[in-house]
Design a protein around this ligand. Structure first.
Ligand SMILES: Cc1cc2nc3c(=O)[nH]c(=O)nc-3n(C[C@H](O)[C@H](O)[C@H](O)COP(=O)(O)O)c2cc1C
Length: 214
């Protein structure tokens, strides 16, 4: 083998080695970033779950006691997750991931926590694209409007009063913004009705697989 070919081959080998090293490092960084994102999402979920349902109410691993249902958020292809809270094995509450498409700027995602007696323990807006200063006041960081649902049920106020005051209902709208609160009130009412009609199925289903039916 002459000297030029030898040099070319060793240069190619070195280049190949660096490429592989680069590829390995990129993949390692990707996996670390993925793991970090997943951990951050898990922490955010835990914080939100703690906000909507007092930890003293349950003793199970609520994050892993879930079912997926395809009939809660109708019209959406992605199933909704329901977290189930139990005390010594007895169902005490469910936290539903509720999405309404009726926001001013599209989908609004909520966590809606309801006890087996039908009373809400808490609601939080977890994602939306509503306007800063107007519709974004559904966020607990912007105003305490969302706290108006604590303790409410389909019995109090009555089912027909589950609307904003502008529509003759019980709940305040936001100043200059009625569309966002109207969407949130409607979505919570739907979730309460869903829970009422599906409570037995929600707690008796053992697998975390998409469910159908009503
Ligand atoms: C730029 C812009 C952004 C708006 N953003 C929102 C919003 O995020 N949520 C909302 O309910 N209304 C929003 N509105 C107001 C609605 O168009 C509508 O006027 C209002 O919801 C009706 O409430 P009102 O009857 O209390 O005025 C926005 C209006 C404008 C011009």
């Amino acid at each position: 083998m002459n000297a030029i070919i030898k040099k070319t081959l060793s240069a190619a080998a070195i280049l190949g080695g660096f490429s592989l090293l680069g590829l390995g490092l990129t993949s390692l960084t990707f996996h670390k970033t993925e793991a970090k994102i997943q951990e951050n999402e898990r922490q955010a979920l835990l914080t939100n779950l703690k906000a909507v349902i007092p930890e003293s109410l349950y003793d199970n691993d609520i994050v892993n006691d879930t079912i997926e249902v395809s009939d809660l958020n109708q019209g959406l292809s992605k199933p909704a997750i329901i977290y189930r809270a139990r005390q010594k094995g007895t169902p005490v509450a469910a936290v539903m991931t509720v999405v309404t498409p009726n926001g001013y700027s599209g989908n609004i995602s909520l966590l809606v926590a309801v006890k087996t007696d039908g009373a809400l323990t808490g609601v939080r807006a977890i994602s939306h694209r509503e306007t800063p200063g107007l519709g974004d006041k559904i966020e607990i960081e912007r105003s305490d409007w969302i706290l108006a649902f604590d303790g409410k049920s389909l019995a109090m106020p009555k089912a027909q009063e589950w609307a904003v005051k502008r529509d003759g209902g019980h709940f305040d709208q936001l100043t200059g913004a009625t569309i966002t609160p109207r969407a949130v009130v409607g979505a919570i009412k739907n979730a309460l009705l869903y829970f009422k009609h599906n409570q037995v199925r929600i707690f008796s289903t053992t697998e975390s697989t998409p469910e159908g039916g009503n």
